[in-house]
Design a protein around this ligand. Structure first.
Ligand SMILES: Nc1ncnc2c1ncn2[C@@H]1O[C@H](COP(=O)(O)OP(=O)(O)O)[C@@H](O)[C@H]1O
Ligand SMILES: [Mg+2]
Length: 260
């Protein structure tokens, strides 16, 4: 068993001008855990994910992923270590087919494959074949098979979000960061997408860090939840613990009806 956490942030802080978006955020996520991240709008949730994925650099503190300090590393290098992410607003290639978007999500393997081809390595054919099989499996699992050859831009928003989720899973990341993966989906679409996500992530031993506003989904998905408020972690625990924590209720959960 791995004793060091897969992801560890230590006293991460980030300021935008005078605004303290993150203040000494320390969190540890063990391998295989599904961690939820909640908090009111503007709490710093997206900013935290942006720091972890390397999209922006924190002003101070450290981020260790799989025993590597990644706090100052470029996003493509971090993703090469086995981290994927989705965005609050989907980022897909609209002119490319649904299938291509998933294949692009495997760029890590495909890049290796291209290098393999250049070097004439026999393994590259096998890698290409494997990437193709995984793409087909994901298309099926996420119910995208019928639209696989269509340009992604023709899909309705809920289906695009599903594609974005499939794309982010494509490279078999160790850690997957999801920023509101179900926003814009109907409740039914959301529940089904999250159930597919759970199946694949558990099966493959993935670790998740998920921002999600729907508490019903969060209660069902998360092993542990961290609550962020004004850039600080104010509560942490199991979904049951967090929903009973007065500090978390005051800062966030009291705002909306928690029908869990
Ligand atoms: N690039 C930026 N420049 C300036 N302020 C920003 C930037 N990104 C986020 N912020 C501010 O940082 C705070 C945290 O934002 P964000 O991480 O997007 O919150 P959340 O995802 O929890 O809703 C907000 O007050 C937001 O306005
Ligand atoms: Mg956000």
């Amino acid at each position: 068993m791995q004793t060091t956490p897969l992801l560890k942030t230590k006293e991460l802080s980030l300021q935008f001008g005078g605004l303290k978006a993150l203040q000494n955020v320390s969190m540890e996520v063990p391998a295989g855990e599904f961690r939820g991240l909640i908090g009111p709008n503007g709490a710093g949730k997206t900013t935290l994910i942006n720091c972890i994925s390397g999209a922006i650099q924190a002003s101070s503190g450290s981020i260790v992923f799989d025993d590597v300090e990644i706090g100052t590393m470029a996003p493509h290098l971090i993703s090469g270590l086995g981290m994927s992410r989705s965005f609050q607003h989907v980022q897909i290639f609209g002119d490319r087919s649904v299938r291509d978007n998933i294949l692009i999500g495997m760029h890590r393997q495909i890049k290796q494959n291209l290098i393999g081809q250049l070097l004439g390595l026999p393994g590259s054919r096998a890698a290409e074949h494997e990437a193709g099989l995984r793409a087909e499996a994901l298309l099926k699992r996420f119910d995208l098979h019928d639209v696989a050859n269509r340009p992604a831009k023709l899909l309705p928003y809920g289906v695009l979000k599903r594609l974005d989720l499939a794309r982010s899973l494509a490279a078999k990341p160790k850690l997957l960061l999801l920023d509101e993966p179900t926003s814009g989906m109907s409740e039914e679409e959301a529940l089904s997408a999250i159930s597919m996500l759970k199946d694949i992530a558990r099966q493959e031993g993935m670790t998740l860090l998920v921002i999600e506003h729907n508490m019903r989904i969060m209660m069902d998905l998360a092993d542990q939840i961290s609550v962020l408020h004004l850039g600080q972690i104010i509560a942490e625990g199991t979904p049951e613990e967090v929903t009973q924590n007065p500090v978390a209720i005051e800062a966030y959960l009291g705002e909306e009806e928690v029908d869990a």
